[in-house]
Write a protein that binds this ligand. Structure first.
Ligand code: KG4
Ligand code: ZN
Length: 327
């Protein structure tokens, strides 16, 4: 069979992402991945949904053109289209979703609606052939979700954060320490110059039998340490160590409990060097997304589409809508 080129679109929040993957002889390769990160929100200190939608409308044509150029393809070479249908900001999602449906219809190719978290998980398919069963930890600015994937396409939520998402905690601690935004990269950079044992943090939810996460206690402890005079570098190193420990320990316990030996770790926080090193030391088979595929992007949605196609799932209904973030 000829190679199938799948174009993926993500406009769930404030990044306009278009990526292209190739599916050939059961193997997937990322051909292009272009992301337009909207700068307009910085002046408001948070994402303005209406502005996000408008920026997606203004940029999506250009970003698709850039992705086709990067892949060395023309639009007629695309054999399937995937777009995120949720969860996300509904107005923002609709831009990419409608664009993707229109493109699929114009090209007369199948359309696949993708779940944003399935996209984050399948971002790791750029690095390894992802076949169930496995565990998947999605750690981003909006999510801290631990899934068991017993069979292809089946997701059992075994743990989640009870308060802040992991990335959100990195962002908040960076802000209080005066390290800037986005907080994840700022913390990890400052941590290289700090002492991870300078500030003692208590392990969140210590002794729980389940696999939930909590970051609000670490955030409060960081604030108190900051007020007591801890340096930004020591605070960054100590907070990062505590956050990494709780993510890794909880995931390892879930792996032991479910008997899974492969773990996918994805989402923006999966770019963290200390987290990667700690997971590598667990002895589990840990798979991370390739470069540029951790934070929101279109290639991960194309990879989720490729997985749906490989699993023989039918194309999506062109009347399907977008779903908001869970309250
Ligand atoms: O996946 P993502 O781009 O967006 C969401 O869907 O939320 O993740 C963004 C989050 C931010 O909170 C950012 O601070 C965090 O990922 N992040 C990191 C690192 N790079 C990005 N956190 C820790 N270490 C990093 N190196
Ligand atoms: Zn995301």
């Amino acid at each position: 069979p000829l190679p199938l080129r799948i174009l993926g679109i993500d406009t769930s929040c404030d990044d306009t992402g278009v990526g292209i993957v190739e599916l050939a002889e059961g193997r997937v390769t990322v051909l292009a991945n272009r992301v337009w990160s909207q700068a307009v929100h910085a002046q408001y200190g948070g994402v303005m949904p209406e502005l996000a939608s408008r920026e997606h409308v203004e940029r999506i044509d250009q970003i698709m053109g850039d992705a086709l150029h990067e892949a060395g393809l023309s639009v007629g070479d695309i054999g399937a289209v995937a777009a995120t249908s949720g969860p996300g900001l509904v107005g923002a999602l609709l831009v990419g979703l409608m664009y993707g449906k229109g493109l699929a219809q114009a090209l007369n190719v199948p359309f696949h609606a993708a779940h944003h978290l399935e996209g984050h998980i399948f971002a790791a398919a750029s690095e390894a052939d992802l076949r169930a069963p496995f565990l998947a930890l999605v750690v981003s600015g909006g999510h801290t979700h631990l899934f068991d994937v017993p069979r292809d396409g089946e997701y059992v939520l075994v743990g989640a954060t009870r308060d802040d998402a992991a990335g959100e905690a990195f962002d908040k601690v960076a802000r209080l320490a005066g390290l800037g935004y986005p907080g994840g990269p700022a913390i990890s950079e400052a941590a290289t110059r700090g002492d991870p044992k300078a500030v003692p943090f208590k392990e969140p939810l210590k002794g729980q039998s389940g696999f939930d996460f909590s970051f609000s206690g670490l955030k409060t402890a960081a604030l108190l340490a900051h007020r007591a005079g801890a340096t930004p570098e020591n605070l960054a190193a100590s907070f990062q160590r505590a956050a990494v420990q709780t993510l890794v320990n909880t995931t390892v316990r879930a792996a032991q409990s479910t008997g899974r030996t492969t773990v996918v770790v994805s989402g923006g926080v999966a770019a963290n060097r200390a987290l990667r090193d700690a997971f590598a030391a667990t002895g589990l088979h840990v798979v991370f997304p390739g470069k540029g595929l951790n934070t929101d992007n279109g290639a991960m949605i194309a990879l989720a589409g490729a997985a749906a196609i490989q699993a023989g799932r039918p194309a999506s209904d062109l009347n399907g809508g977008a779903t908001a973030y869970a309250p």
